[in-house]
Write a protein that binds this ligand. Structure first.
Ligand code: MRU
Length: 341
């Protein structure tokens, strides 16, 4: 990958690429405490569902390693408290809870801090393989000459390796297949303009930046063959929770007959939550919308929306593609008997 790694684990120390400063400045933050990690996650220095899970996993393991382990009951209580703080740093992506609970389960089963560090490293390494699996299953969706529209950043900067929604793009590009990407700028924090457009361009992929409100015109003109986005959580019935604006795209896709696909690692599938209506949608600060030029009026700033399963053509995981009816097909794809196929 040409862009810098979002998460670096160096001799027991966590360093996070400060994505708020991209692409103008490449700077890393040293994360030396749970406070540091919670702040980095809540302020989007690290962002993207898988990346915040991996970062939280490392932060929790490092904190467990720093804490005295002689009194195991106290150590476990400290670990649980730290895990709860990390899981609460952002409410919507299921990966945060998924990652810290994976470490908590291990600790409560008797593992020490070294094993937790090993587990965090394993999660990080797994995520690269998972992205590759998504890429392999999803690449045939991008036909030669196609235009793919994506939203927010579900790329290398949001996870590790080749990203989730971007994985099919990177594999197609490596194979020399010609295609074009339209990147939504993704108001209000511009993850599409600052991150996706940057990382795809750095990789040499043909990418064109559009404002979010241009997607309908592009589709009406027949310029979009496929929409492919990431997700923060897919619920048991197949509802897709993702960056605000994703629902707009899914509605447009239905109207214009464009396939709407979602890249979802199995760590982002939440079979314990029945529907998207049961997910807490993060509401962020008004200043993100107001900036410096808007009138100082009341603001709504939900960071995510819910796309009903009925609008989703398919969900691409590292194990394969689930298609309608998702409520019936998803569980089999997300929790298969064997390793990624
Ligand atoms: O608020 P963000 O930047 O963390 O939102 C990220 C997204 O919505 C991504 O599409 C999602 O997390 C998938 S990342 C592989």
């Amino acid at each position: 990958m040409k862009v810098p790694a979002p998460i670096v684990w160096q001799q027991g120390r966590l360093r996070l690429l400060d994505q708020r400063r991209l692409p103008t400045s490449v700077e890393y933050l040293d994360i030396d405490s749970i406070d540091d990690a919670v702040t980095a996650i809540a302020t989007l220095a690290v962002r993207g569902a898988p990346a915040i899970g991996i970062a939280a996993g490392y932060a929790l393991a490092a904190s467990a390693a720093r804490s005295p382990q002689a009194d195991r009951t106290a150590w476990l209580a400290g670990l649980d408290a730290a895990a709860a703080r990390l899981a609460g740093a952002r409410p919507t992506a299921v990966n945060l809870a998924w990652a810290v609970n994976r470490l908590r389960r291990l600790a409560h089963a008797g593992a020490g801090a070294d094993a937790l560090v090993g587990e965090a490293e394993a999660m990080h390494a797994e995520s690269e393989a998972v992205c590759l699996g998504i890429g392999r299953h999803g690449e045939a969706l991008i036909e030669p000459g196609a235009t793919v529209l994506t939203h927010c950043n579900a790329g290398a900067l949001a996870v590790a390796g080749i990203g989730t929604a971007t994985a099919p793009m990177y594999l197609r590009h490596r194979a020399g297949v010609p295609f074009r990407v339209l990147a939504d700028e993704t108001r209000p924090l511009l993850q599409g303009a600052r991150l996706t457009a940057w990382e795809l361009a750095e990789a040499g992929i043909d990418v064109t930046l559009i404002c979010d409100n241009m997607a309908a015109v592009m589709m009406a003109a027949g310029e979009v063959d496929l929409v492919l986005v990431g997700t923060d959580r897919v619920t048991r019935n197949g509802d897709v929770v993702n960056k605000i604006g994703t629902l707009n795209l899914a509605v447009l896709c239905r109207h214009f007959g464009v396939p709407f696909y979602v890249a979802c690692p199995s760590s982002t599938y939440d079979p314990d939550t029945p529907t998207g209506a049961d997910v807490t949608i993060e509401e962020r600060h008004a200043d993100e919308v107001l900036g410096t030029q808007a009138a100082r009026v009341a603001v709504r700033n939900p960071a995510f929306d819910v796309t009903p399963a009925a609008l989703v053509t398919g969900i691409v995981s590292e194990h394969g593609i689930a298609r309608a009816p998702l409520a019936d097909t998803l569980a089999g794809i997300m929790t298969p008997a064997g390793p990624p196929g």
